[in-house]
Every structure is written in structure tokens, then in C-alpha cells.
Ligand binder design. Structure first.
Ligand SMILES: [Mg+2]
Length: 281
């Protein structure tokens, strides 16, 4: 892959935009990046500006309240679109609004994508259900506060410290299947990480890439995606031109190496891997 032929980068945040020492970005809305992190974000922003790239698109599992504080240091005008919450939300920084994903997918005749984005309606219903029914039932059962994160396209809440994650997952699945039709239930994906339960509407980061490429009238050959972790697997499995930093998960590095000259497993970690790619060769 020749960096000068790339017109658009789809950019993961955590694990990919951190400074050289890997300092983690915070995960609550009161968090502000450190000077070390700000310096890296500003350096990346300048490098994007100076590169032949036309668009720099953030593609992250983060949601706006915990992305905004970081995004304000990426001032390049090439960054207009933020694909968030695993492509369940796309924010347009110029128009200051979230895009209507179903409408856009229909406009560009991406029928199966449009169909999948309609699952967001089920997710919205689920969020309202959680606030009214799910939350009080879960709090009664686990005897502690279980607020959901301030997301609009995923239902996420922390696993109580004293509870078993697998059991919490099973409990919420049972409650949802009790109160939703089998058709609605079938549109939802129930996942758990170390700390969180996430319920997603069967949409992933690769869907966001397809939609934005159509919107901007670009092709896959014009694009490169950077990611580092297992939530980037859908991208690394289905997309050819990829870059991963040296700190990436071994599965991501292994997948990158299967792609021949289209895949770059950088010898650099975190933000410096992207800076190295953007540097004129
Ligand atoms: Mg990541």
C-alpha cells in the first residue's frame, strides 16, 4: 500500500491515537486529556493536514461525551465525520448533528445496510425499556445502582463488582426476551467485556466504513483503516488496506500480516505508528 494513494483513513481511537508511552484515555465525561496526550493529538492533526489525505474519519466504540474532549484537539478540517458506538451513530462536526443512517443507506441503495440500520429503532425502544423496566429490576436483583452509559445506539452498563459477568448477561437477556418479540430480540447482540455489558443492534465498524465511502463517493481502494483490538476484527476480516500499531492484539497483527503489501503491521506503537504512515516517504 502506498500512503500517497490513500484518500481516506478510518481511524480507531483507543490504542491507536495514544502518545508513545500508551497513556490510556479516560472513560468518563469529566475526563480531560493530559498535556502528553494533547501533544500527540495535535501532532497527528498537523500530520493529517500536511498529508495528501482528503478525509480523516474517526471510527470508535466511544460515545460523544467521552470522545468530545479528545476530538477538540484534532482540529484538522479533514476530520468531519465521527463514526461512534460501533457505527450506530455518525456525527457530522460541520453540521453539528447525527446523520440519519437509514436514509443515507437508502439514498445510496445499500439495501442490506439500510435494513440493518433499522435495527436502531429496536435499540431505541430497548433504551426506553431499560430506563423504565430493566433498570429497576436489575437494581433490585443486584442491590446496587446500575445506570446505563449515556449512549444512543448501544445499551451499556457496568457489571456490578460483586456479581458474575456471565450471570448478569444471562439475567438481562432473559428480561429482554420476556418483554420483546422474538423478531426484535433476534436483532440484538448481547456481549460482555471485563467491565461492561453491551447490547448492540447487529451493526459494526465495517458498516460505518461502507456508508461513509458511499456518501463521499470513494472506493475501498482509496481507503485505509487503522485499528488495534478485537472490536476491530470485523474491519480487519473484511477490509484489505489496514494498519495496526505494534501494541495491537496478536489476532489483529496476524490478520494484518495475511494481507501482503496491503497490510502494515507497524514497528511503532500507538500514535507514532500513524505518524510514521503519514510521513512523506
Ligand atoms: Mg482500539
Amino acid at each position: 500500500m502506498n500512503s500517497s494513494s490513500i484518500k481516506i483513513i478510518f481511524q480507531d481511537v483507543d490504542g491507536c491515537l495514544n502518545p508513545a508511552d500508551g497513556e490510556d484515555f479516560g472513560v468518563d465525561s469529566s475526563w480531560q486529556p493530559s498535556q502528553n496526550q494533547i501533544d500527540m493529538l495535535q501532532e497527528i492533526s498537523r500530520a493529517v493536514d500536511d498529508s495528501p489525505l482528503e478525509h480523516f474519519v474517526v471510527n470508535t466504540g466511544r460515545f460523544w461525551p467521552i470522545l468530545e474532549n479528545l476530538a477538540q484537539h484534532l482540529t484538522t478540517p479533514k476530520l468531519r465525520y465521527f463514526i461512534m458506538e460501533h457505527a450506530c451513530v455518525i456525527y457530522d462536526r460541520v453540521e453539528k448533528r447525527n446523520l440519519d443512517l437509514v436514509e443515507i443507506a437508502r439514498k445510496y441503495q445499500l439495501d442490506s445496510l439500510a435494513d440493518r440500520f433499522t435495527h436502531l429503532e429496536t435499540l431505541r425502544k430497548l433504551l426506553a425499556w431499560y430506563d423504565e423496566t430493566g433498570l429497576p429490576e436489575m437494581e433490585r436483583r443486584y442491590d446496587c445502582p446500575m445506570p446505563r452509559l449515556d449512549k444512543i445506539g448501544n445499551l451499556s452498563f457496568a457489571i456490578p463488582k460483586h456479581a458474575d459477568g456471565g450471570e448478569v448477561l444471562e439475567t438481562i437477556e432473559n428480561l429482554v426476551s420476556r418483554d420483546f418479540s422474538p423478531d426484535e430480540f433476534g436483532k440484538l447482540e448481547f456481549l460482555r467485556s471485563d467491565r461492561f455489558i453491551d447490547i448492540l443492534p447487529g451493526i459494526d465498524k465495517m458498516d460505518g466504513i461502507e456508508l461513509v465511502l458511499a456518501m463521499l463517493d470513494l472506493e475501498k481502494k482509496d481507503a485505509m483503516a487503522m485499528g488495534d483490538y478485537l472490536n476491530d476484527l470485523s474491519v480487519f476480516e473484511r477490509f484489505d488496506q489496514v494498519l495496526c500499531p505494534a501494541n495491537a492484539h496478536p489476532d489483529i497483527i496476524a490478520l494484518t500480516k495475511t494481507k501482503g503489501s496491503s497490510g502494515i503491521a507497524s514497528p511503532h506503537s500507538y500514535g507514532p505508528a500513524l505518524l510514521d504512515f503519514l510521513e512523506p516517504k
